[in-house]
Structures are given as structure tokens and as C-alpha cells.
Design a protein around this ligand. Sequence first.
Ligand code: GDP
Length: 368
Amino acid sequence: MSVSELKAAFPSHDTPGYVGFANLPNQVHRKSVKKGFEFTLMVVGESGLGKSTLINSLFLTDLYPDRLVPSAAEKIAKKTMQLDASTVEIEERGVKLRLTVVDTPGFGDAIDNGGSFLEINRYIDEQYERYLRDESGLNRKNIIDNRVHCCFFFISPYGHGLRPLDIEVMKQLSDKVNIVPVIAKSDCLSRDEVNRLKGIILKEIKENGIKIYSLPDCDSDEDEDFKQQVDDLRQSMPFAVVGANAMVEVGGKKIRGRQYPWGVVEVENPKHCDFVKLRTMLITHMQDLQEVTHDVHYENYRSHRLASKPGGFVPPTPVRKNTADEKDKQLQEKELELKRMQEMVAAMQQQIKQQSQTSLASLATSDH
Ligand code: GDP
């Protein structure tokens, strides 16, 4: 994507109501444009860190209109973390984006959080398994890609870096998904505190051998401005974000922000937080996130899966039924039935032929 395209995709925060994915066609093949983009984003982090608010701010849509936040007592009663996938279709200048956001309500809420990781892991594997099955099925052309392409990992602004649970979960997810760490509610921190926390998080990520999503190197013939932009994004990780559902008035303009007694934190103001950088990274690298998911993480899953089956590929057991499978099955049954009927007709024709030959022969002998 060139700088001018990038600028068009991300107008300044004077242009509200615009996400910027209409420029995605520049990244991908035309065929995908017609079909629309499928992208799945997982958000991991303890409840109350502002995950839903950020997602709604990012995609300018209310993804959770009927959301009920459970009380502490309800959370204890439920004990386990549950995953919640919501899909929205957003259209911008004729370009469709089928966005699935997988939330992890209850993450880190339990006393023993071992189950949190297992649930997340199971969900990711289930999507890979489904894709693997669909890929080896009859309806290969119309596979719906529900694999998790990116995982926003929310880090609390109140701690002194990563918590043991964050380290454990990030480590385990490293080889499965593209992790993008974000510092939640960064308006709680001063600029120095944000920089210090970023430093600590990066150090801990390195020390613990956690692999996070790294932006690909630019081509050497790429625009200098673009290279600079990618470099800035790289330097800003982990992104310190602020989310807001409310629109407030600043200088006669309605903007997305958080009104405090001392002033307004503007979500889309790069001086206030990294929200725009996070959005730019997500939109301009959507295709790369999909490619890394397919070429690296899915390929890892696939080779492990195939290696675990002695004697080569054995189609995996279906994890969940979907309508495409049922249609394939019905089609196969119909084909078998048709084949049986054709065989019956052929057998009958053969019988008639034999009968007419015998009667002709007996007629000939009676004539003599
Ligand atoms: P979730 O449980 O992680 O999905 O968190 P929510 O999005 O429901 O947010 C929990 C609370 O935090 C709500 O009262 C939000 O208004 C508030 N909140 C969300 N984002 C931010 C933020 O960036 N800064 C601050 N200070 N509060 C936020």
C-alpha cells in the first residue's frame, strides 16, 4: 500500500464514522473483494480492561448490544471462562468485511485460571481442525475461514508489567496465533509511565521467549514515508490504547473521547494514545496477519496433526457439523442413488435384450 493510499485509508481524526478498510482491495486479489474479507480477531484480557469498548471504537459498531456483565457471584458460580464469538458484516465503499470478534469473558477471574488457557487453546485448535477438514472435503472452494488471525492481548495498566498468568498464556499462544499486546486504559498513566511500562513489557516478552506478531520488513523500493510509518508502528508496540463509546464536543467538533473534569482524552489523537496506530497496523497488515496465520500457524498445526497419524493423512473426525457438510453428504447420497438406478436400468435392458434374442431364436426353430 502506498503512502497516498494509506493516507486515504486513514484520514485524520477529523473524519469520523470511517474505519478505513475500504482500501483493503489494494492488498488483495479482486476475487476476495467480491467475496468480502473474513477476519477473526480474538481479544484476551481480564474483564473490565476495556476490551469491548476498544473493539466498538475500532470498528465503529456496537458489537455487544445485549451484553450483560455478570456479577462477581455469577462469575464464581460459572467458574470457567466462556468464549463468545460475535460476527458483524461491515461495508465501506462497497467493500465488505465479515468480522468475527472472539471475546474471552471471565479470563483470569477464577482462582485457578488453568481452564482459561485450555478454553482459548481449544477454540483456536477447533478452527484449525475445521479448516483442515474443509480443505480436504468436496466443497473446498467455499471454505469459510474462521481461523483466529490476530489476538489482542490486553495488559493491565495498573501492574508493574506482565502478570504470571499473562506470561503463561502468551507463551502458550505464541506458536498458535499472531499476538498483538496492548496496554489497556492508558489514560490512567502519564507519558513517562507509559514508556516505562512498554519497556518492562518488551523486556519480559523477550526474557520469556514469547513470540509476538512482528511487522514484516518493507520492500527496498517502498516509499520512504511508508517505511517511516511502519517503523513508527514497530517502535510503538505494545500499543497503549484508550477506548470510548461516547462522543464529546471539542472545539465545536464531535469526537470519540473520554470527558474528565480536567479535560478530554481524545481516542483518535496520536498525542493522547496509540489507538490510531493500532488501527493502522490492523488494517494495513490485515492481509499479512492472514498470511502468517495460514503459512506459519496453520501449517504448524497441520504438520503436527498429520504427523500424529501414522501412515499419512487420515481425514480428521468432524468437530462440528456445518451446513456445507450436510449438503455434500446429501449430494453424495443422491449420486449413489442415481448410480444404483442406472445399474438397474442397464440390467433391465440386458434382460430385455436376452429375452428378445431367445424369443427370436424359438420363432426361427418353430418356422423350420
Ligand atoms: P471489558 O470487560 O474488558 O470488555 O471492559 P469494558 O469495555 O466493558 O469496559 C469496562 C469499563 O472500563 C467501562 O466502564 C468503560 O467505560 C471503561 N473503559 C473502557 N475503556 C477505557 C479506557 O480506555 N480508559 C478508561 N479510563 N476507562 C475505560
